[in-house]
Design a protein around this ligand. Structure first.
Ligand code: UD1
Length: 335
């Protein structure tokens, strides 16, 4: 059985769905600090399966150990964690405690219960301010905020573990910018309050829930001056985890992959494409640059293609259609 921490969250829920659709047995743990119980009901609707689930905080070792006692866990995919960059600079202690402690506890239990297989949600943020794009996995690593540092610290911990105990199987997945939702419109991203990330923001402007998108800077060295990122459909990302799980199920060692499309779009590209796909006008206003942002960041996804046989199949139009379907289906629900 695969333990999916944070499995009611955005990326966790889509990955749990992919795993279940690939006939894996899954147990989700989540404390609902940034997610919603209805996600589990919707996963049941989508899979026609009973979802195994335990409500707990992964920093609670005793509670988590009960899951290992009740179920035979063979591997863990660890999504649970805090992820807001700005907030991480205000409450670093909470970020380090939550993101590092939970990981240490899970690793300890995986070892104790003889299931040394682990997939970690890392981020392209560990590349800091890359000199060029596309970015491959050998690029130098650096970070500028506690959220990013917590990701890099866990990566370092995992590299130390594999050096000392080579019988672990570990996958480090560096996500680029996940957007979109499952095509059913039943699960998607539900940020609390005003979104930090651009696509949920655009979608709320499209739905009339926010008046105007702030565009953070139009003087970057990019084709239209706005920031360029590698937006990846969350279901493509979910499928990347299924491919990673296949690898760690048969091989020991640590491997690291970028999960991105290899294609960059600017903020204004997103706005234009969103208007085209949905027919909604997106009002925007050019604002000063956001501190810590970089001009361009997109992946070289070739290593994942070669070694995992994984590549993205959903284009920006599909990402926007699915975002918009979820936005409309969730009207009046939890927002
Ligand atoms: C952010 C985080 C990154 C994290 C990722 C996933 C920062 C600096 N980086 O990536 O560490 O892994 O989210 O959660 O926060 N933009 C606007 N208006 C907005 C919001 C964003 O113009 O209201 C622009 C940004 O300047 C950027 C692009 O949109 O050029 C993407 O921003 P965002 O969606 O926040 O993602 P990242 O900053 O790339």
């Amino acid at each position: 059985m695969i333990l999916v921490t944070g499995g009611a969250g955005y990326i966790g829920s889509h990955t749990a769905l992919s795993l279940l659709q690939n006939d894996e047995d899954v147990i989700i743990v989540d404390d609902f600090s940034n997610s919603d119980k209805r996600v589990l009901e919707n996963l049941e609707k989508l899979t026609h399966k009973k979802i195994q689930f335990s409500e707990l905080d992964c920093c609670d070792e005793q509670a988590l150990e009960q899951v290992f006692i009740k179920h035979t866990i063979s591997a863990c995919i660890h999504f649970a964690g805090y992820k807001a960059v700005g907030e991480s600079s205000k409450i670093p202690l909470e970020y380090y405690n939550n993101n590092i402690t939970s990981t240490l506890i899970i690793l300890k239990l995986l070892k104790k219960y003889n299931a040394k297989r682990f997939i970690f949600s890392s981020s392209a943020t560990v590349y800091g301010s890359p000199e060029t794009s596309p970015i491959n996995e050998t690029f130098p690593l650096s970070v500028t905020n506690p959220y990013g540092r917590s990701k890099l610290m866990v990566e370092d911990i995992l590299r130390d573990i594999i050096a000392a105990e080579p019988d672990w199987s570990i996958g480090l997945l560096r996500y680029f910018n996940p957007i979109g939702a499952h095509e059913s419109g039943l699960i998607g991203e539900r940020p609390n309050g005003i979104p930090n990330n651009v696509m949920p923001y655009i979608s709320m402007v499209g739905a009339g829930k926010l008046p105007c998108l702030p565009v953070f800077g139009n003087d970057y060295d990019t084709h239209d001056g706005t920031g360029v990122r590698d937006y990846i459909h969350v279901m493509d990302l979910a499928e990347g985890h299924v491919a990673m799980l296949a690898k760690i199920s048969k091989e020991v060692g640590l491997s690291t992959y970028n999960l991105g499309t290899g294609q960059g779009y600017s903020v204004l590209d997103l706005v234009t494409q969103f208007e085209k796909v949905t027919g909604q006008k997106i009002n925007y206003e050019i604002m000063p640059r956001r501190q810590g942002d970089i001009a361009t960041c997109y992946a070289d996804p070739q290593k994942a293609l070669k070694e995992l046989g994984w590549k993205t199949t959903r284009n920006l139009q599909t990402m926007i259609e699915d975002t918009w379907r979820f936005e409309q289906d969730s009207q009046g629900k939890s927002r």
